[in-house]
Design a protein around this ligand. Structure first.
Ligand code: NAD
Ligand code: ZN
Length: 379
């Protein structure tokens, strides 16, 4: 490749300050160093996690920064020691990596890689503690090791999943975070038994994917809980059978759910990031067997408060990143589910915009409109 080993000048959407619209700038992207890859991003989309760290109201501010972690692209060049992928390979970036060597990567139960697990406060590469992005020599920081709001980005090789080159990147890019996370939270973590009742808190892309996962697992009642009633009609397509808007009730949601289900739901999956919803999701599960799974990213000072008796009464609380999928090992198989038409991703994609209009994706999410908005790097 003509560009290998050289600095690439390209467009990136830079967040200079918390909460200020991103601005499209020409950035310099350094070549990948040892165990790194440089990826040409073709499609990316906005996940609520990007918005929290861009707003930086409840999170550590790290600016200037290039956000973005849900995307699809093609390897442009690779650094020293990279043997798993080569230029031309189609990849999905993942915000949490898999080194394949640590105790977590060797354990069948964990995806919390010691080396590459999600770190939202780090803005530099693990290898040398530097950024690969700069403008006039001034570093621009990375986000969760992916920074996909750029035509080219540099990632650790352990944070890219090589996928079937036949898979359309404008569709499967949404599997790189939200959809896989929600799906895995249900299938891999909550594991609802056939015929069970599941409550899903938050009906954005992650929650709708969790509902879909519950349906695939064979749950018969799937109760969607959201403060935004405009989500409800859409949620039927994802397996939700009933809806509950906490604003419509004077009683706490956990009590309403207990009444609806003869004592509590069998499983719940929280996909809001709101601490109250997290507590409700735990307290609404049935005693004796109920399992609650937290997926939403909390405010940095949030504290989970519940009476210990809720645990003594044999309820289980769990949490997960990326739906417990191991990114490099499992994500290619999730893409295959789409290729075999066992998993539909089109219904999660409600908008598509050119890169120049990236701020529109932030507006849509703020208004709670649509599910996922695809951002096309090439217009
Ligand atoms: P989204 O904004 O599209 O959807 C969130 C939904 O939650 C909205 O419909 C909103 O109305 C609803 N909501 C907010 N507060 C609520 C409350 N108190 N009760 C009921 N509903 C409430 O967001 P998304 O992109 O689907 O992401 C959902 C969450 O998952 C975010 O917190 C995101 O950071 C997190 N996330 C976690 C992981 C992970 O690996 N753990 C991965 C991706 C996203
Ligand atoms: Zn995400």
């Amino acid at each position: 490749m003509a560009t290998a080993g050289k600095v690439i000048k390209c467009k990136a959407a830079v967040a200079w300050e918390a909460g200020k619209p991103l601005s499209i700038e020409e950035v310099e992207v350094a070549p990948p160093q040892a165990m790194e890859v440089r990826v040409k991003i073709l499609f990316t989309s906005l996940c609520h996690t990007d918005v929290y760290f861009w707003e930086a109201k409840g999170q550590t501010p790290v600016f200037p920064r290039i956000f973005g972690h849900e995307a699809g692209g093609i390897i442009e060049s690779v650094g020293e020691g990279v043997t798993d992928v080569a230029p031309g390979d189609h990849v999905l970036p993942v915000f949490t990596g898999e080194c394949k060597e640590c105790a977590h990567c060797r354990s069948a139960e964990s995806n919390m890689c010691d080396l590459l697990r999600i770190n939202t406060d780090r803005g530099v590469m693990i290898g040398d503690g530097k950024s690969r992005f700069s403008i006039n020599g001034k570093p621009i920081y990375h986000f969760v090791g992916t920074s996909t709001f750029s035509e080219y980005t540099v990632m650790h090789v352990g944070c890219v999943a090589k996928i079937n080159p036949e898979a359309p990147l404008d569709k499967v890019c949404v599997l790189s975070c939200g959809i896989s996370t929600g799906l895995g939270a249900s299938i891999n973590v909550a594991k609802p038994p056939k015929g069970s009742t599941v409550a899903i808190f938050g009906l954005g892309a992650v929650g709708l994917a969790a509902a879909e996962g519950a349906r695939i697992a064979g749950a018969s009642r799937i109760i969607g809980v959201d403060l935004n009633p405009s989500r409800f009609e859409e949620a039927r397509k994802f397996g939700c059978t009933e809806f509950l808007n906490p604003k419509d009730h004077k009683k706490p949601v956990q009590e309403v759910l207990a009444e609806m289900t003869n004592g509590g739901v069998d499983r719940s999956v929280e996909c809001t990031g709101n601490i109250n919803a997290m507590i409700q999701a735990f307290e609404c599960v049935h005693d004796g067997w109920g399992v609650a799974v937290l997926v939403g990213v909390p405010h940095k000072d949030a504290e989970f408060k519940t009476h210990p008796m809720n645990f003594l009464n044999e309820r289980t609380l769990k949490g997960t990143f990326f739906g417990n999928f191991k990114p490099r090992t499992d994500l290619p198989n999730v893409v295959e589910l789409y290729m075999k038409k066992e998993l539909e991703v089109e219904k999660f994609i409600t908008h598509s915009i050119p890169f120049a209009e990236i701020n529109k994706a932030f507006d849509l999410m703020a208004k709670g409109e649509g599910i996922r908005c695809i951002i096309r790097m090439e217009s």
